[in-house]
Ligand binder design. Structure first.
Ligand code: CO8
Length: 272
């Protein structure tokens, strides 16, 4: 499996396959390899015969601050024999398309436990989950694609307008606003635990899911997932391909790399 075991932990507990981001010191920013490892674990959960719920959890004050700006800057500066097209096909397009499609085709119930904000591609993956639980009303999702010289990605051109109002999404994404708990409540976030401690929040969810799953015939829930997913899976696959190929032209202009470098140099940070 790709990447370090320490950055993303996982374990199986009865019908649950729990995946936990474990880089709180960088607010759970993820390198290209971390995103690949996350996708591999999600796929592993899909292939575990006794898994019905794939639970994404995290640590510290953010669920995830998105793509690691240091990683992208070092890829941008690396001197290789590759053309820019080859470099960004590998480091952007193929990874983004793969990670997004692994989430989109997942057959188990995908649950995102927001202990804090999620940004960028990680926030896009959150919008691909079937259930999203919030630790409290301070959580938000942020899609700073405009500020980074990018376009929508991770299926968000379909998932966000289908879950929220289309004009609200346009306003939020175009002007780099946070998607607040008030906007997410009942649309993306399905339950608020009203807690302040990430460990307690994570443990409560595991306990709740185990207790709730005792009373249901588990194979039926996969049948429900399959039927609901039939409404959107193809649209997200199509959007994933369009989004990534459109974004590639921005990478070839060099604008995202320039803006990630500014973040890395700490000359600027997103308004929260
Ligand atoms: N990458 C690397 N390190 C990060 C990141 C990140 N994305 N976010 C935070 N950190 C680090 C900070 O550098 C800091 O480290 P240190 O303590 O060593 O200085 C630590 O985490 C804490 O961060 P802050 O001090 O900045 O915490 P604040 O609460 O003041 O600010 C923010 C939080 C506003 C989230 C701020 O950290 C920020 O703006 N981060 C950048 C977020 C971002 O733009 N992410 C990328 C989103 S776009 C995306 O995900 C799609 C990219 C597609 C390419 C994928 C290729 C595979």
């Amino acid at each position: 499996m790709t990447g370090s075991n320490e950055n993303i932990l996982h374990y199986v507990d009865g019908p649950l396959f729990v995946i936990k981001l474990n880089k709180p010191q960088s607010l759970n920013s993820l390198t290209g390899l971390d995103y690949l490892r996350l996708a591999e674990l999600v796929d592993k959960a899909d292939n575990e015969p006794n898994t019905y719920f794939t639970v994404l959890q995290s640590t510290g004050r953010f669920f995830s601050s998105g793509a690691d700006f240091g990683d992208i800057s070092s890829k941008a500066q690396s001197q290789t024999n590759e053309t820019e097209l080859e470099k960004w096909l590998t480091n952007f397009l193929s990874r983004n398309v793969y990670v997004t499609s692994v989430f989109n085709r997942h057959k188990k119930i995908l649950i995102c436990c927001l202990n804090g904000p999620a940004v960028g591609l990680s926030a896009a993956l959150c919008a691909l989950c079937d259930l999203v639980y919030a630790m409290n009303d301070k959580v938000f999702l942020k899609y700073p694609f405009m500020e980074l010289g990018l376009v929508m990605e991770g299926g968000t051109s379909v998932t966000l307008p289908s879950k929220l109002s289309s004009n609200q999404v346009t306003d939020t994404v175009l002007f780099n606003k946070n998607m607040t708990y008030e906007q997410l409540q009942g649309r993306i976030v399905t339950r608020n635990y009203n807690l302040n401690d990430a460990n307690e929040f994570n443990e409560r969810i595991i306990k709740d899911l185990k207790s709730r799953s005792k009373d249901i015939y588990l194979p039926s829930i996969l049948g429900v997932k399959k039927l609901i997913a039939a409404n959107y899976v193809d649209s997200v696959h199509r959007a994933n391909s369009l989004e990534a190929t459109d974004a590639l032209s921005f990478w070839l202009r060099g604008e995202p790399q320039r803006r990630f470098q500014i973040l890395k140099a700490k000359l600027r940070k997103h308004k929260m």
